[in-house]
Write a protein that binds this ligand. Structure first.
Ligand SMILES: Cc1cc2nc3c(=O)[nH]c(=O)nc-3n(C[C@H](O)[C@H](O)[C@H](O)COP(=O)(O)OP(=O)(O)OC[C@H]3O[C@@H](n4cnc5c(N)ncnc54)[C@H](O)[C@@H]3O)c2cc1C
Length: 289
């Protein structure tokens, strides 16, 4: 009942009530959201935000590759950006809508003989999620290539985005990234191909449902530390520390978010007890735990 007027005002924009958030994140866990909205264009996204901001609690989900969503779900509105996938190139500037996958951005970059984002090829992220988290690997971050970011509130230069390790001004804010412009440089197709092959060869993501690194590598390698305290392969319920890489938690069939949450808690306690290191989460908790 609470959302009837909103759904009417949204008109032809796709919505789903009581939607399982397990469908929108990589662990495949979490409860239902009251309402999920799937805008198809920048105009629709701006209209959605105008209708809900200040009136309903809301949260934006991109690829759901860095989220642990509460089993209790969410009493509010989720904006799914998965249909906002437009990418444009003008000169050396590539502009991508927030829901475009990094993989597609890199493909478009290469097809137009531009270089700069090769390092990000294996990060399973949308542009919005990657910018919000300042995703990165191999000593490089998405912020290195950002020219400006447009949200529902304003357009920000790179400096104004306050990027730092796995952080930006957009994290925990209620601004929605609409699109991002990246600065690239012209390069030969074959050179780009070689760099992509090299970065792909570095990447060995563990098998099974996971949300990437659970903890930040903040001056140490969290996976190495977890391994050293003897937790590789340790489980709580159906959540298991990967035997391939101890900074990854695998959600086995039947896992709940609470299993993952309790496993994270136990890892932190043991690492602190044996190493006096406070591991900090890279994954984001969403909802009530
Ligand atoms: C196998 C695997 C490997 C990974 N490897 C890496 C890696 O090498 N490096 C790395 O940095 N990360 C890595 N990750 C983690 C993850 O891919 C990144 O954190 C990524 O940036 C998350 O993007 P997403 O679109 O999935 O965001 P989500 O998980 O959907 O969201 C993450 C955060 O971004 C916010 N957000 C999403 N879209 C928007 C928007 N349009 N506007 C405002 N806020 C938004 C969300 O609200 C949330 O706070 C890996 C994950 C997996 C599963």
């Amino acid at each position: 009942m609470k959302y009837v007027n909103l759904i009417n005002e949204l008109g032809s924009i796709k919505t789903q009530s009581d939607y399982p958030l397990s469908h929108l994140n990589r662990y495949g866990t979490g409860g239902n959201a009251d309402l999920v909205v799937f805008p198809n264009s920048e105009e629709e996204l701006r209209y959605v935000i105008k209708l809900i901001k200040g009136k309903f609690p809301f949260f934006t989900i991109g690829g759901g590759s860095n989220l642990l969503i509460s089993d209790k779900g969410y009493r509010g509105v989720i904006i799914s950006t998965k249909n906002l996938t437009k990418i444009e190139i003008k000169g050396c500037l590539l502009t991508a809508e927030c829901g475009a996958k990094l993989k597609s951005v890199v493909e478009e970059m290469q097809n137009n003989s531009f270089s700069g984002l090769e390092f990000s090829v294996g990060i399973p992220a949308t542009v919005g999620g990657a910018v919000c988290m300042n995703a990165g690997c191999y000593g490089k971050s998405i912020s290195d290539k950002v020219c400006y970011v447009t949200t529902d509130v304003s357009t920000y230069s790179t400096k104004e985005c306050d990027f730092s390790y796995r952080k930006s001004r957009f994290l925990n804010s209620n601004e929605v990234i609409i699109k991002t412009c990246f600065n690239l440089r012209p390069e030969e197709y074959d050179y780009i191909e070689e760099k992509l092959a090299l970065y792909k060869s570095f990447r060995k993501n563990p098998k099974g449902r996971n949300s990437g690194s659970v903890f930040k590598n903040d001056g140490y390698f969290a996976g190495k530390i977890i391994d050293e305290v003897g937790l590789k392969g340790f489980s709580v319920g159906k959540a298991k520390i990967s035997t391939e890489h101890a900074n990854f938690i695998i959600a086995e069939k039947g896992a709940t978010s609470m299993d993952i949450y309790n496993l994270i808690k136990q890892i932190k306690e043991r690492v602190y007890k044996l190493k006096q290191i406070n591991l900090t989460e890279e994954i984001i908790y969403f909802g009530e735990f």
